[in-house]
Design a protein around this ligand. Structure first.
Ligand code: ATP
Ligand code: CA
Ligand code: CA
Length: 415
């Protein structure tokens, strides 16, 4: 946060970054229309297009009232191909990215990255470090070899890499899929790595309206884990195994599983509470401020709408099919049905995030003996595989549990 309470990144006002990148992206997508669709070539991964945005506008760019800037688009043809792979039409991408102001999300991470959410809830734009941007560029051909073979994955889907340059400062940005629909209330949110060293949400984080908790918090809140039906459990773990193999092959580590939990029973209770309040005329509209903001226009549109990005809901990512849910029940779609130890019905929204750190990159960063000893992991070329194994173990044994088959009929009937 900068002077006057404005959020800044590298001393540039966030509102200026948002507005400028929307101009940049609009120009980049528009420019692509003149380039016919064709097969991808290796060199498409290496191209960078740069455009100047002077105040007064130019033949190709509109006039604007932000500071003058340059906008770089990395691998435009390659990213067009990836968007196509996930069924995103150019017009739709343009609409999502540019037709309405972006929303800034509060970031619990230590990295200082800024996150923007598109107004239609489909995409997240994250600022990344120079090294991470470079790494993504190198990773692209191989990464998409994997996504092309298997688009049903929990791995992050990248739809664009850009650089906004202003006053000799560089702000690098990636566009990716949003995992947590904001129309659905997440009663709990976890960023899980399978490590216990320093994996507790900070006090400031815990005081937020919607904190992102970590591994130790999870074990405290859900000491018996979260229960899935056998088929769902197997599909989820298999997907994560497959995904971790890809990450390990690129020597990537430090990634997390982001898990958003919508508790259907809590949601029902909240609804009843709200109804009681209105009936007794006590509603002052202040209490559920966040709720009303979202429930207005967005809700009807996005709660049961098909996502723009294909194969991108949690259920689709793990290739599981939902049991048909009673029509009259207003249950949000796309989440993975689960239960907590108290038997409450949950919907899980999840995916793997923050994968742009490779081992080669990280070993140069601050890396203390202490963290190595406490993390139980040693300095060796095996670290990415150690990381993947520990991650998978934690997910398969501590976080997710198979519902014992004896209980199955009763629980299935209610989902
Ligand atoms: P650090 O490197 O300090 O861990 P970071 O700045 O690299 O943090 P991430 O770990 O990528 O940030 O993400 C931080 C938080 O942002 C996540 O815990 C999650 O709450 C939210 N987030 C990140 N990616 C997504 C996504 N694709 N969809 C929804 N929320 C996301
Ligand atoms: Ca992270
Ligand atoms: Ca990070």
């Amino acid at each position: 946060v900068g002077e006057g309470g404005e959020i800044t990144y590298k001393k540039i006002q966030s509102s200026q970054i948002m507005g400028s990148i929307q101009l940049g992206i609009q120009h980049a997508i528009g420019g692509l229309a003149s380039k016919p669709e064709r097969d991808l070539l290796m060199q498409d991964f290496m191209t960078v297009e740069t455009t100047n945005f002077p105040h007064e506008g130019s033949n190709h760019t509109p006039a604007h009232h932000y500071s003058e800037f340059k906008f770089k688009t990395y691998a435009p043809i390659a990213f067009r191909y990836f968007r196509d792979l996930f069924g995103i039409q150019p017009d739709d991408f343009l609409m999502s990215m540019c037709s309405a102001p972006l929303r800034e999300l509060s970031n619990p991470g230590a990295s200082g990255s800024i996150f923007y959410l598109t107004n239609d809830d489909e995409f997240i734009i994250k600022t990344v470090q120079h090294k991470e941007g470079e790494f993504l560029q190198k990773l692209l051909p191989g990464y998409y070899l994997n996504l092309d073979q298997n688009p049903r994955t929990l791995l992050p889907k990248f739809f664009g890499l850009y650089c906004y340059q202003c006053n000799s400062k560089n702000v690098r940005l990636v566009a990716m899929n949003n995992l947590l629909p904001s129309s659905i209330k997440m009663h709990q949110k976890y960023d899980l790595k399978g490590s216990t060293y320093k994996r507790k949400a900070s006090k400031t984080e815990r005081q937020k309206t919607s904190p992102t908790y970590k591994d130790l918090d999870f074990m405290e809140h859900h000491n018996e884990g979260i229960f899935l039906e056998a088929d769902t459990y197997t599909a989820l773990i298999k997907t994560m195994q497959r995904d971790c193999r890809v990450l390990e092959s690129f020597k990537i580590m430090d990634y997390s599983l982001l898990v958003g939990i919508h508790n259907l029973d809590d949601a029902q209770r909240e609804k009843n509470e709200a109804r009681k309040l209105t009936e007794s005329g006590q509603s002052d509209g202040e209490d559920n401020e966040g709720e009303t903001k979202r429930t207005g226009l967005n809700r009807t549109r996005s709660i049961n709408r098909q996502r723009l990005v294909a194969h991108s809901t949690a259920m689709e990512s793990i290739q599981a099919e939902s049991e048909p849910i009673d029509e009259e029940e207003d249950v949000p779609s796309g989440g993975i049905p689960a239960r907590n130890a108290r038997g409450e019905r949950l919907l899980l929204f999840l995916g793997i995030i923050d994968i742009l750190q490779s081992y080669r990159l990280r070993k140069k960063l601050e890396h203390t003996w202490k963290s190595m000893i406490h993390d139980g992991d040693t300095v060796s070329v095996h670290r990415p595989s150690f990381y993947a194994q520990r991650f998978l173990d934690f997910m398969a044994k501590t976080v997710f549990k198979k519902i014992p088959s004896l209980d199955l009929p009763e629980i299935k009937g209610n989902h």
